[in-house]
Design a protein around this ligand. Sequence first.
Ligand code: PLP
Length: 372
Amino acid sequence: MEERGCSREEVISFLSGVRAEDVHHDHILSSMCTIPHPIAIAVQEMFSATNLGDPGLFPGTMKVEDLLIRSLGDLMHLRSAGGYATAGGTESNLQAIRIAKKQREDVKRPNIVVPASAHFSFDKTCDMLGLEMRVVPYGRNYMVDTERMAEMVDANTIAVAAVAGTTEYGMVDDVPTIAKIAKEHDCFCHVDAAFGGLVIPFLERPVPFDFAVEGVDSISLDPHKMGLSTIPCGCLLLREQEMLGCLNVDTPYLTVKKQCTLAGTRPGADVAGAYAVIRHLGREGFRSMVAGCMENTRRLVAGMEACGFSRVVDPVMNVAAFSAGDVPAGWKVSHTRDNHLRFVLMPHVTRDVVERFLADVADGQDEILKRE
Ligand SMILES: Cc1ncc(COP(=O)(O)O)c(C=O)c1O
């Protein structure tokens, strides 16, 4: 830190310079985050000094968090769902499994059973909580093999997880069967819908994955992905608010006496932004946004196949994967653990962006053919 500060202009000029080094969103084809909705940005400043970690000081902001949880609970078919706003899917997954572990303190060598598609936040969770992680292989279509899952659950299993909108392929596990397995073994059932939670309900043919499925105890759902909020904003939703009680610690010097959240200080600004987007767009707005993303996904698949790439799965949501290959320089795509090319068609990946990308891919193909 320098002894003397410098002018506002100098600081802003420096920061805009480094910000310009970041990849522009119109070339980012593999992120699960996107450009926030203008209304989320607009409320940022209004709530920038709020701290949900000390809600007695910010009862208004706390009300907004409750409204966000209630709106998402309603979307997940359980108006009475509890929960709180987290820093994202990682925290939501960790906290859900913490609850599961607290509920089974009798188990001395606990394990959790997760699909092969599970996000790496489960590795962190198991490391922190001292759990064995049993990874169930894929069955068909990069969905978890539920027969193998049933075989891998035993008396030491404290939780099973399903993924609704897998990070790599956008697939939705068979949640009803997984919830049944959990019920049969008397263990906790967590659904990681960090990405899919704000996509699946708005598809033409939504599949069951939420609290409408008997036995689902908790859901991770991230507004900072398809909810167009600013980062960070995730939500952990619980079938009953009381389930959070086991995470409480005493907070002697705050305006509330107990705290169940992982972080102490928590941003009200991103939570207010997330609520603003949901309130502003409504189901109608989300349906239309998801329809646009799905249309662009279908266009990308058709265009890539015309250029000789083959799809790995039929996209269920706005994630597409193709046989390995290179993409033209400048475009940011990623690779799955099986080395497939992976795309996430977020709202910033507009039809125009898709067409420009496909044109570049086609030009690249021409070059390769000419060289041959
Ligand atoms: C299915 C799923 N779960 C959890 C996460 C982790 O979310 P975050 O990066 O917000 O912690 C991701 C991130 O992409 C995800 O796709």
